[in-house]
Write a protein that binds this ligand. Structure first.
Ligand code: SAH
Length: 243
Protein backbone atom coordinates (compact mmCIF):
# COMPACT_ATOMS: atom_id res chain seq x y z
CA UNK A 1 0.00 0.00 0.00
CA UNK A 2 3.07 2.26 0.09
CA UNK A 3 2.44 3.83 -3.30
CA UNK A 4 -0.90 5.16 -2.12
CA UNK A 5 0.75 7.45 0.38
CA UNK A 6 2.17 9.51 -2.51
CA UNK A 7 -1.11 11.32 -2.99
CA UNK A 8 -3.05 12.34 0.11
CA UNK A 9 -6.22 12.87 -1.91
CA UNK A 10 -5.98 9.41 -3.42
CA UNK A 11 -5.38 7.95 0.02
CA UNK A 12 -8.45 9.72 1.39
CA UNK A 13 -10.61 8.46 -1.45
CA UNK A 14 -9.39 4.91 -1.04
CA UNK A 15 -10.04 4.86 2.70
CA UNK A 16 -13.50 6.38 2.18
CA UNK A 17 -14.27 3.67 -0.34
CA UNK A 18 -13.01 0.96 2.01
CA UNK A 19 -15.10 2.39 4.82
CA UNK A 20 -18.26 2.38 2.77
CA UNK A 21 -17.55 -1.17 1.62
CA UNK A 22 -17.12 -2.81 5.00
CA UNK A 23 -16.38 -0.51 7.92
CA UNK A 24 -19.52 1.54 8.23
CA UNK A 25 -21.88 -1.32 8.69
CA UNK A 26 -19.94 -2.88 11.56
CA UNK A 27 -19.47 0.54 13.12
CA UNK A 28 -23.18 1.37 12.90
CA UNK A 29 -24.10 -1.98 14.38
CA UNK A 30 -21.87 -1.66 17.39
CA UNK A 31 -22.72 1.93 18.31
CA UNK A 32 -20.41 4.32 20.09
CA UNK A 33 -17.44 3.26 22.23
CA UNK A 34 -19.40 3.90 25.43
CA UNK A 35 -22.01 1.29 24.41
CA UNK A 36 -19.21 -1.13 23.50
CA UNK A 37 -17.69 -0.60 26.95
CA UNK A 38 -21.04 -1.29 28.64
CA UNK A 39 -21.34 -4.44 26.55
CA UNK A 40 -17.90 -5.60 27.62
CA UNK A 41 -18.87 -5.13 31.28
CA UNK A 42 -22.16 -7.01 30.71
CA UNK A 43 -20.32 -9.95 29.17
CA UNK A 44 -17.73 -9.94 31.96
CA UNK A 45 -20.57 -10.35 34.44
CA UNK A 46 -22.14 -13.16 32.39
CA UNK A 47 -18.76 -14.89 32.31
CA UNK A 48 -18.46 -14.57 36.09
CA UNK A 49 -21.82 -16.39 36.38
CA UNK A 50 -20.26 -19.37 34.62
CA UNK A 51 -20.89 -19.04 30.87
CA UNK A 52 -17.72 -20.23 29.14
CA UNK A 53 -18.52 -20.75 25.44
CA UNK A 54 -16.32 -18.27 23.59
CA UNK A 55 -18.62 -18.02 20.54
CA UNK A 56 -21.56 -17.10 22.78
CA UNK A 57 -19.53 -14.51 24.68
CA UNK A 58 -18.13 -12.98 21.48
CA UNK A 59 -21.61 -12.77 19.96
CA UNK A 60 -22.97 -10.98 23.02
CA UNK A 61 -20.03 -8.60 22.94
CA UNK A 62 -20.95 -7.78 19.32
CA UNK A 63 -24.75 -7.44 19.23
CA UNK A 64 -25.89 -3.87 20.08
CA UNK A 65 -28.54 -4.71 22.70
CA UNK A 66 -29.43 -1.01 23.02
CA UNK A 67 -30.88 -1.19 19.48
CA UNK A 68 -33.34 -3.87 20.64
CA UNK A 69 -34.96 -2.02 23.55
CA UNK A 70 -37.44 0.87 23.38
CA UNK A 71 -35.79 4.33 23.43
CA UNK A 72 -36.74 5.12 27.02
CA UNK A 73 -34.88 2.04 28.31
CA UNK A 74 -31.68 2.55 26.29
CA UNK A 75 -29.60 3.55 29.29
CA UNK A 76 -30.60 0.26 30.96
CA UNK A 77 -29.93 -1.92 27.91
CA UNK A 78 -26.75 -3.46 29.32
CA UNK A 79 -28.03 -4.27 32.80
CA UNK A 80 -28.62 -7.94 33.58
CA UNK A 81 -32.41 -7.83 33.61
CA UNK A 82 -35.34 -8.23 31.22
CA UNK A 83 -36.98 -5.06 29.84
CA UNK A 84 -40.47 -4.36 28.41
CA UNK A 85 -40.75 -4.32 24.61
CA UNK A 86 -44.52 -3.66 24.30
CA UNK A 87 -47.60 -5.93 24.01
CA UNK A 88 -46.87 -7.19 27.54
CA UNK A 89 -43.69 -8.90 26.31
CA UNK A 90 -40.05 -8.60 27.38
CA UNK A 91 -36.53 -8.92 26.01
CA UNK A 92 -34.92 -11.65 28.16
CA UNK A 93 -32.21 -11.12 30.77
CA UNK A 94 -28.75 -11.23 29.10
CA UNK A 95 -27.47 -14.02 31.38
CA UNK A 96 -30.38 -16.29 30.38
CA UNK A 97 -29.82 -15.47 26.69
CA UNK A 98 -26.17 -16.49 27.08
CA UNK A 99 -26.96 -19.61 29.11
CA UNK A 100 -29.54 -20.86 26.60
CA UNK A 101 -27.27 -20.10 23.65
CA UNK A 102 -24.32 -21.93 25.21
CA UNK A 103 -26.35 -25.03 26.06
CA UNK A 104 -27.26 -25.51 22.37
CA UNK A 105 -23.56 -26.14 21.47
CA UNK A 106 -23.89 -24.20 18.21
CA UNK A 107 -21.51 -24.16 15.26
CA UNK A 108 -21.46 -21.72 12.34
CA UNK A 109 -23.76 -22.86 9.53
CA UNK A 110 -26.25 -24.65 11.80
CA UNK A 111 -29.96 -24.20 11.12
CA UNK A 112 -31.71 -22.95 14.24
CA UNK A 113 -35.40 -22.35 15.00
CA UNK A 114 -36.34 -19.77 17.60
CA UNK A 115 -39.86 -19.51 19.02
CA UNK A 116 -40.61 -16.04 20.43
CA UNK A 117 -38.82 -13.44 18.30
CA UNK A 118 -39.79 -10.54 20.58
CA UNK A 119 -37.25 -7.79 19.93
CA UNK A 120 -35.07 -10.01 17.71
CA UNK A 121 -32.13 -9.81 20.13
CA UNK A 122 -31.74 -13.56 20.71
CA UNK A 123 -32.02 -14.13 16.94
CA UNK A 124 -29.22 -11.60 16.36
CA UNK A 125 -27.01 -13.42 18.89
CA UNK A 126 -27.60 -16.70 17.03
CA UNK A 127 -26.88 -15.01 13.69
CA UNK A 128 -23.70 -13.45 15.07
CA UNK A 129 -22.47 -17.00 15.85
CA UNK A 130 -22.99 -17.79 12.17
CA UNK A 131 -26.23 -19.76 12.33
CA UNK A 132 -29.10 -19.63 9.85
CA UNK A 133 -31.96 -18.49 11.99
CA UNK A 134 -35.69 -19.04 11.55
CA UNK A 135 -37.64 -17.15 14.18
CA UNK A 136 -41.39 -17.07 14.88
CA UNK A 137 -43.46 -14.47 16.71
CA UNK A 138 -47.16 -14.58 17.57
CA UNK A 139 -47.67 -10.77 17.61
CA UNK A 140 -47.71 -9.40 14.05
CA UNK A 141 -46.51 -5.97 15.22
CA UNK A 142 -43.48 -7.45 17.05
CA UNK A 143 -42.62 -9.71 14.10
CA UNK A 144 -42.75 -6.67 11.81
CA UNK A 145 -40.57 -4.44 13.99
CA UNK A 146 -38.02 -7.22 14.63
CA UNK A 147 -37.82 -7.88 10.87
CA UNK A 148 -37.22 -4.18 10.21
CA UNK A 149 -34.61 -3.90 12.98
CA UNK A 150 -32.68 -7.05 11.98
CA UNK A 151 -32.69 -5.85 8.36
CA UNK A 152 -31.40 -2.41 9.32
CA UNK A 153 -28.58 -4.01 11.34
CA UNK A 154 -27.81 -6.30 8.38
CA UNK A 155 -28.53 -9.60 10.13
CA UNK A 156 -29.29 -11.18 6.77
CA UNK A 157 -29.24 -14.80 7.96
CA UNK A 158 -32.42 -14.33 10.01
CA UNK A 159 -35.91 -15.01 8.68
CA UNK A 160 -38.86 -13.80 10.73
CA UNK A 161 -42.32 -15.34 10.47
CA UNK A 162 -45.54 -14.18 12.08
CA UNK A 163 -46.95 -17.46 13.38
CA UNK A 164 -47.75 -19.71 16.33
CA UNK A 165 -44.59 -21.48 17.41
CA UNK A 166 -46.48 -24.47 18.78
CA UNK A 167 -46.56 -25.73 15.18
CA UNK A 168 -42.97 -24.83 14.31
CA UNK A 169 -41.81 -24.09 10.75
CA UNK A 170 -42.29 -27.39 8.86
CA UNK A 171 -41.10 -26.05 5.46
CA UNK A 172 -37.66 -25.26 6.90
CA UNK A 173 -37.34 -28.36 9.15
CA UNK A 174 -35.38 -30.25 10.36
CA UNK A 175 -33.42 -27.95 12.69
CA UNK A 176 -30.14 -28.76 14.38
CA UNK A 177 -31.18 -26.66 17.35
CA UNK A 178 -34.42 -25.16 18.66
CA UNK A 179 -34.70 -22.42 21.28
CA UNK A 180 -38.03 -21.48 22.82
CA UNK A 181 -38.07 -18.15 24.65
CA UNK A 182 -41.62 -18.26 26.06
CA UNK A 183 -42.85 -20.69 28.73
CA UNK A 184 -44.81 -23.61 27.31
CA UNK A 185 -47.35 -25.72 29.24
CA UNK A 186 -45.81 -28.80 27.63
CA UNK A 187 -43.13 -29.58 25.05
CA UNK A 188 -44.91 -29.05 21.69
CA UNK A 189 -44.81 -32.36 19.74
CA UNK A 190 -44.33 -30.51 16.41
CA UNK A 191 -41.07 -29.04 17.70
CA UNK A 192 -39.79 -32.49 18.71
CA UNK A 193 -40.70 -33.73 15.21
CA UNK A 194 -38.84 -30.82 13.60
CA UNK A 195 -35.67 -31.38 15.65
CA UNK A 196 -32.98 -33.23 13.72
CA UNK A 197 -31.62 -36.50 15.16
CA UNK A 198 -28.63 -35.45 17.27
CA UNK A 199 -30.17 -31.99 17.73
CA UNK A 200 -30.76 -30.02 20.92
CA UNK A 201 -33.75 -27.99 22.07
CA UNK A 202 -33.92 -25.70 25.07
CA UNK A 203 -37.37 -24.73 26.35
CA UNK A 204 -38.89 -23.29 29.53
CA UNK A 205 -41.80 -25.47 30.65
CA UNK A 206 -44.32 -24.66 33.38
CA UNK A 207 -47.26 -22.48 34.32
CA UNK A 208 -47.44 -18.70 34.11
CA UNK A 209 -47.65 -18.09 37.84
CA UNK A 210 -46.04 -21.23 39.18
CA UNK A 211 -42.63 -22.78 38.75
CA UNK A 212 -41.05 -22.98 35.31
CA UNK A 213 -38.06 -25.13 34.52
CA UNK A 214 -35.64 -24.72 31.69
CA UNK A 215 -35.46 -28.11 29.97
CA UNK A 216 -32.88 -29.47 27.57
CA UNK A 217 -34.35 -31.90 25.05
CA UNK A 218 -31.95 -34.08 23.07
CA UNK A 219 -33.04 -36.30 20.22
CA UNK A 220 -31.03 -39.51 20.17
CA UNK A 221 -33.02 -41.19 17.43
CA UNK A 222 -36.44 -40.83 15.79
CA UNK A 223 -38.75 -41.51 18.70
CA UNK A 224 -36.01 -41.42 21.33
CA UNK A 225 -35.93 -38.18 23.21
CA UNK A 226 -34.23 -37.37 26.51
CA UNK A 227 -35.04 -34.43 28.76
CA UNK A 228 -32.90 -32.84 31.43
CA UNK A 229 -33.92 -30.20 33.97
CA UNK A 230 -31.48 -27.29 33.91
CA UNK A 231 -32.71 -24.53 36.21
CA UNK A 232 -35.81 -22.70 37.45
CA UNK A 233 -36.67 -19.67 35.28
CA UNK A 234 -39.40 -17.07 34.73
CA UNK A 235 -40.58 -16.39 31.18
CA UNK A 236 -43.68 -14.81 29.67
CA UNK A 237 -46.17 -17.52 28.63
CA UNK A 238 -46.26 -19.15 25.21
CA UNK A 239 -49.59 -17.96 23.81
CA UNK A 240 -52.08 -19.55 21.42
CA UNK A 241 -53.79 -17.83 18.51
CA UNK A 242 -52.24 -15.17 16.29
CA UNK A 243 -52.42 -11.55 17.41
N1 SAH B 1 -36.41 -13.83 22.38
C1 SAH B 1 -36.98 -12.51 22.60
C2 SAH B 1 -37.71 -12.38 23.91
C3 SAH B 1 -38.79 -13.35 24.08
S1 SAH B 1 -40.21 -12.84 24.99
C4 SAH B 1 -35.92 -11.43 22.50
O1 SAH B 1 -34.74 -11.74 22.32
O2 SAH B 1 -36.29 -10.26 22.58
C5 SAH B 1 -41.26 -14.11 24.36
C6 SAH B 1 -41.84 -13.81 23.01
O3 SAH B 1 -42.57 -14.96 22.60
C7 SAH B 1 -42.82 -12.66 23.00
O4 SAH B 1 -42.47 -11.73 22.02
C8 SAH B 1 -44.15 -13.33 22.70
O5 SAH B 1 -45.02 -12.50 21.98
C9 SAH B 1 -43.72 -14.54 21.91
N2 SAH B 1 -44.66 -15.66 21.87
C10 SAH B 1 -45.53 -16.05 22.84
N3 SAH B 1 -46.20 -17.14 22.45
C11 SAH B 1 -45.75 -17.46 21.21
C12 SAH B 1 -46.09 -18.48 20.26
N4 SAH B 1 -47.02 -19.40 20.51
N5 SAH B 1 -45.43 -18.49 19.08
C13 SAH B 1 -44.49 -17.56 18.80
N6 SAH B 1 -44.16 -16.56 19.64
C14 SAH B 1 -44.78 -16.51 20.84
Amino acid sequence: MMFLSRSPLFRLTVSALLLSACGVEAQERQGDPEQAERRRAMVEQIESYGVRDSATLAAMRAVPRHEFVPGRYRDRAYGDHPLPIGHGQTISQPYIVAYMTEILELEPGMKVLEIGTGSGYQAAVLAEIGCDVYTMEIFGALAESARERLGRLAYDSVEVRHGDGHYGWPEAAPFEAIIVTAAAGHIPPALVDQLEVGGRMVIPVGSVYGVQNLILVTKRDEGEVRTRNLLPVRFVPMLEGLR
